[in-house]
Design a protein around this ligand. Structure first.
Ligand SMILES: Nc1ncnc2c1ncn2[C@@H]1O[C@H](COP(=O)(O)OP(=O)(O)OP(=O)(O)O)[C@@H](O)[C@H]1O
Length: 228
């Protein structure tokens, strides 16, 4: 569904992603694990197209590496950035509606409010007044409004309470099941990643240092990469 081949990303002369190749299958959830500064955010920005990259990025069979971000969204990629970045002065409903642009639709699909009932209750409130967990739900709802085939989430658990993190894992599993989409999530919280991932990749200094799927995922081994 989404694949990269020898992806390289640099800030000026300094390369921070050093030739990454991976594939995300249909309705597969892949967690990209790694400590701060290992390149997760840079990788995600290059996938959605807000940072230039060398190498190949494919959505399905199409190479989208030269396409603008909005064109990638039209082809089925949606991105929830680190730190959520909702429009604080707009209402909840207006925030979700912003995600509809790529689809040409006007109406917010009903399943979005079914997935996030709290957003239905708060739809006329300003997004800036929501809690961190609610803003994270809103950022995901906005991404889903674009009707993606692949949902990219950059550290969705950052700054969110443990009880809410559990709910978020349940919701992402529900989204995958009901919408039949692929999910790529970057994470440092292993329990959260274990609850949702079919496969884990560990990013270490801009390279994939370890990869495991299903029963082969060894939490102890992965946690060694996550501790400093
Ligand atoms: N604007 C920038 N200019 C130069 N170097 C940068 C810039 N942003 C990030 N870097 C460097 O690129 C590397 C990867 O950073 P990145 O933010 O992608 O890591 P990360 O794994 O997402 O970490 P975090 O969890 O802290 O966001 C780091 O060494 C960082 O210092």
């Amino acid at each position: 569904m989404l694949s990269t081949q020898d992806l390289r990303v640099s800030y000026g002369m300094s390369e921070v992603i050093h030739g990454i190749s991976f594939t995300v299958g249909e309705t597969e959830t892949v967690a990209i694990m790694g400590r701060n500064g290992m390149g997760k955010t840079t990788l995600f920005k290059s996938l959605i197209g807000i940072m230039p990259a060398q190498g190949t990025i494919r959505i399905g069979a199409e190479d989208v590496g030269k396409r603008q971000a909005y064109e990638r969204v039209k082809r089925g990629l949606a991105y929830v950035p680190q730190g959520r970045l909702v429009f604080g002065t707009l209402t909840v409903e207006e925030n979700i509606a912003a995600g509809l642009e790529a689809t040409g639709r006007r109406k917010i699909p009903g399943d979005i409010y079914d997935l996030f009932p709290v957003l239905r209750d708060m739809r006329r409130r300003k997004a800036g007044n929501l809690s961190g967990g609610q803003q994270q739900q809103l950022a995901i709802a906005r991404a889903l409004a674009a009707d993606p085939k692949v949902l990219l989430l950059d550290e969705p658990t950052e700054g969110i309470q443990p009880s809410i993190i559990k709910d978020l894992a349940k919701t992402l599993n529900e989204i995958k099941r009901t919408r039949q989409i692929s999910i790529v999530v970057s994470e440092q919280v292993l329990s959260f990643a274990t609850a949702i991932a079919d496969r884990m990749l560990v990013l270490d200094k801009g390279k994939i240092a370890h990869e495991a799927a299903g029963d082969e995922i060894d939490a102890k081994q992965i946690s060694r990469y996550l501790t400093v």
